[in-house]
Write a protein that binds this ligand. Sequence first.
Ligand SMILES: [Zn+2]
Length: 311
Amino acid sequence: MKFFRKLFLLFLVSAFIFVFWIVMPKKSQPQVRKYIPAARPCRTPLKYAIDSADPRFNISPEKLRDVLEAAENLWEIKSGLNLFEYDPEAELKVRLVFDERQQQTYEAEQLEASLKNLDTQKASLEKQQSALSGEYDKKLTSFKKEVEKYEKDLKEYNEEVSDWNNQKRTSEEEYNKLKKEEQNLKDQFNKLKKAEAELNAIAKKANTVITQENKIINSYNSAVNTYKSKFGSSQEFEKGIFDPSAGIIIYQFKETSDLALTLIHEFGHALGIEHVENPKSIMYYMIGEQNLDNPALTAEDAAGLKSACQL
Ligand SMILES: [Zn+2]
């Protein structure tokens, strides 16, 4: 059950990640050349500037510059050309526009964190419950043995008392022995009462833990349902676009790594490279199978670069 839930959560998270699209508006293709001279393209650096970055993205201008520079590098190293240059006066602008897409990303992240937290709490309660249950079983076994012994001793004592009453035994020594046995039985009984109270206390504690556990499970299920209703259905939206008239606009990213990948992709469009068919390619129309931690150009990306820059 636990594994299933984890798998389900993983599925939800993956479903959310994989529906992000990077789109190049269809109309842009004929205008791409606006930035690229037809003769000897890519020999003059394409100048660009950061126009604006909504503070809700929580990325500093310095960090954004770093990511942009890393995005430049991938194309520049491959071509051996200085393809891009940062220039505050440049016509090509980069903008980070905050809308419901990034808002949803934050909400999804919060829900994921709360699900993770609930899972941790549940695991801790399960551990407590299992320890209590083990303790209870152990104490119950020894309690049952002691009850058996008590009942046996009590039976023997009653028989002895019966013998005494029938005048079979009359000595004072015998009487004292019975008195001693009686006290012993009383002690045993009190001990049993104490053990019984201890068992009940453990059971009560275990029930409290189970109640807490059920509450956590309810919260977890409710959070999963929220996640499912908000992010479970297929949501296709753009992470970013390149539009020759608007420039590069970024709408959504989860981490620096997917921001970098989106920027590399949009820089590719700015160079005049179109989408390619390999899902591992930077210039594939969708993010998903590319190496986020170590983005690299595929043969298809390289071919696109070669063609666009007439290398
Ligand atoms: Zn694209």
